[in-house]
Design a protein around this ligand. Structure first.
Ligand code: SF4
Length: 220
């Protein structure tokens, strides 16, 4: 596992190499169906950027944490790949995409008529412009500012144990009134925690259940 201090030390260095966002550290990109949250079931081209210093113990993309492992790629090249597919939707995920200046990338995507969906923990300064923002805040590195709560279209809180319901409610207090609210079981504990989430949602019906449908049907 890469230590968080190493990632933090490297981050400024990485940003310099990215020419203000003309380049981004690409881990992978793939065309699939969104498995989580409000847009579950919709086809989209996923773009996973490297670099995250949040350190969730259960992270399912730990290989993306160290951005140094992913040489910067021209955003134009990333878009050239995206336009090969029929769905005009981009899911920008990570890692933590807000590690990087995203304005240039978002402008280019918009020029190519893409809808842009952001998946973020909110742990870094906001940049870019998006059609949909899914905020999934994490206890060990809280959102950088309250701005992201005002921008979020969807709040998705990962529930690993019952204490996380308190974390979910603390975040619910900060989002807009019309923000969609989701609780999602931490995958490795789903057998234990899912029944508790179902009971919680039945008692607190402002929340809805998000499942990682892509994992159930074995797609990326
Ligand atoms: S914020 Fe996301 S990418 Fe970063 S460690 Fe947590 S789950 Fe993984």
């Amino acid at each position: 596992m890469v230590s968080n201090s190493l990632i933090l030390a490297d981050r400024d260095n990485i940003k310099e190499k990215l020419k203000g966002g003309l380049l981004l550290p690409l881990v992978e990109s793939f065309y699939t169906i969104q498995g989580e949250g409000k847009n579950m079931g919709k086809p989209a081209f996923f773009i996973r950027l490297g670099g995250c210093d949040v350190g969730c113990s259960w992270c399912d993309s730990k290989e993306s944490w160290n951005a140094n492992l992913f040489p910067p790629v021209a955003v134009e090249d990333i878009i050239q790949e995206a336009i090969k597919y029929k769905a005009k939707s981009i899911v920008l995920t990570g890692g933590e995409p807000l590690n990087y200046p995203l304005d240039i990338f978002c402008n280019l995507l918009k020029k190519n008529n893409f809808e842009i969906f952001l998946e973020t923990s909110g742990s870094h300064e906001f940049s870019g412009h998006f059609d949909w923002i899914c905020l999934s805040p994490k206890k060990n590195k809280k959102p950088f500012s309250n701005l992201i709560y005002n921008l979020a279209d969807e709040l998705k809180v990962i529930i690993e144990n019952e204490d996380d319901f308190l974390w979910a409610e603390a975040n619910r207090d900060k989002v807009k009134r019309d923000c969609y609210l989701f609780l999602q079981p931490e995958w490795s504990r789903r057998d234990i925690i899912l029944p508790k989430i179902i009971d919680y949602i039945k008692e607190n019906p402002v929340w809805s259940l998000s499942l990682q449908a892509h994992k159930y049907i074995n797609i990326p």
